[in-house]
Write a protein of this length. Sequence first.
Length: 366
Amino acid sequence: MKKVILVSGHFYESKRKAGFHLIADAFVDSGYSVIFVTAPCSHLFKLKKHYSKDLNFAKNKLVKHSINMQSYVHFTLFHIANLRSSIANYLTRYLFKIYQSFSFKNLENSVKEADFVIFESTPGLFLFTKFKNLNKKAKFIYRVSDDFEILNAHSSLIKYEEDVLKDFDLVSVPSQYIYDKLRKKDSATNIKLQYHGINKELYEEKYDSPYQKGSTNAVFIGITKLDYNFLQYAANAHENITFHIIGPLEKRVKRNNIIYYGEIPFVETIPYVKHADIGLHTLEYSNGAESFTDSLKVHQYTYCELPIIAPEFLRTKRDNTFYYKDKNDISNAVSECLKYKKNNKVFKNNTITWIELQQKLIEDEN
């Protein structure tokens, strides 16, 4: 049985499942032995708002969850984070070398035995050099889920990523924007555009509609960056449409045709997408937000054959997406969505499963 180590900033048992959790599950389902490593994690996490919820774990111990799944939290004295000061960041630019020296209690042998080591784009990437030195035979993969510059990462992490990019067997990116950006940094590295997967089987199940019969509904699913200006104008201009906002988002705009649900379990979001008339990918702009062109919600909406509304800076070649720059564009985009016909299998068939992504990761070396 082949062995895989995934290094992520997420906790394996977190209630909020990210793409890396689903990649890990895909490896298990494909018959691999998996260790899900959380890094970084340190005493600095006590400053985080959700510390008590998210950090109930065993430190530096392998924890078995099933026959083929274990997790490990690499807990250290500190980890590298942006100190919000260019001077402080400069003075701590080599601090990552101390972080790299921290012991991997109970994990070192597993690293040596791994066939595949997959890093997510988090400060845990600093462990790459040490892992590589322990195991030169494994295939090393970098799954760039986020752009470090957009995340405002410590400058040493941005520099380290540039230095080690060429040493990965595969650099896998989920959006064209990140692909183009990394390709400019290193034209020789094996970089592949590999979109997020979805669990198609879940979406193929039958669900009762959560919407009132005969109503028209637009749905937004996400945890941040909702464009409230869009929401306010669209809700005012289209009183016949109900806007459903799912995620831990502020209720900044209040109208009778806007419903906020807060954060709900992923499976419970599926009926809202399947039975919606419009999928909202309506994000506010921030530096580098262009990297969200191919967010997971886009693939979920597309698989469910929804027309999508997005701001102009998220423009892609998808024919099921309609864009806006200003108020007039918003009304036009909504009108085009309402004219859009479902059952467009071309778009639906362009989405992949997490198993298919997992296979691309281990096979796409050239």
